[in-house]
Write a protein that binds this ligand. Structure first.
Ligand code: 6GU
Length: 242
């Protein structure tokens, strides 16, 4: 996948994509990240990209022409791609949306800054994404988050695709807890069922812990989960032990 990132701060992205899973995906060519500084499209000698808002108020607003000219040039550089504006008013980014985006061969991400974009710029976006209900100083960290989450879903980036399928949220529920040696640590024991090698028991135990964690920590997520018949049996059993 090729990801073009349009930003005023390309230097923030230095080293971010160099390490770990994302780093290997970039090195092996599974992901190609191309940064574009839309300052290059700014007006005049000072390469101005923003101006004060009509109607007054604090902050600065991105002028339409420099950013839109940059987006149009970047679009033409490679195969067709959705142009995604990263803004707090965008559609909430979720694991499911990530799975859909991971199917594209190319994405163009546009990072906002300051008080916002001139509203007319949004006609250039195919859609807008937000990574949560809080306001960041700019879309750069949102772009990193989206690229990181999507990169795990591209076949080959994570050594074992099973680990992606078992991720929290991948199947609409949270992950089960994990343990490693030592089996006893500071008086805290690893659940016995994980030590006896019975994989049918282990799978059932893990599924029940995942369901329980989701019910307790994220009832909103649980409410939208499609439960299998065996999930329903597990929940019946949990209730009968209460
Ligand atoms: Cl995508 N941008 C900004 N500036 N703030 C955000 C966001 C994006 N998502 C959540 N908050």
């Amino acid at each position: 996948m090729r990801v073009d990132i349009i930003t005023l701060l390309p230097q923030i992205f230095e080293n971010v994509f160099d390490e770990s899973v994302l780093g290997s995906a970039v090195k092996s060519g599974l992901i190609d990240i191309v940064l574009h500084n839309f300052r290059d499209y700014g007006d005049g000698k000072h390469k101005t990209v923003d101006d004060t808002p009509f109607g007054g108020g604090p902050g600065m607003v991105f002028k339409p022409t420099p950013l839109v000219n940059c987006i149009r040039d970047v679009r033409k550089k490679s195969i067709p791609a959705p142009v995604i504006g990263l803004t707090p008013q965008g559609e909430p980014f979720t694991q499911n949306l990530g799975k859909e985006l991971a199917k594209f061969d190319r994405l163009i991400l546009v990072c906002g800054r300051y008080e916002g974009f001139d509203e007319r710029i949004i006609h250039e976006f195919d859609f807008q994404l937000s990574i949560g209900d809080y306001v960041l100083t700019g879309g750069e960290f949102a772009a990193m988050t989206v690229v990181d989450a999507i990169s795990r879903m591209i076949p080959g980036t994570v050594g074992c695709q099973d680990s992606v399928i078992q991720d929290s949220f991948y199947e609409g529920i949270l992950d089960h807890p994990q343990y490693t040696r030592p089996a006893s640590w500071e008086g805290l024991e690893v659940p016995n069922v994980l030590l006896n090698g019975n994989h049918a028991f282990i799978n059932k135990y893990r599924r029940s812990r995942a369901l329980l964690t989701t019910i307790v920590s994220r009832p909103d997520v649980f409410a939208t989960t499609n439960l299998s018949d065996s999930d329903k049996d597990i929940i019946q059993e949990l209730i009968s032990h209460m």
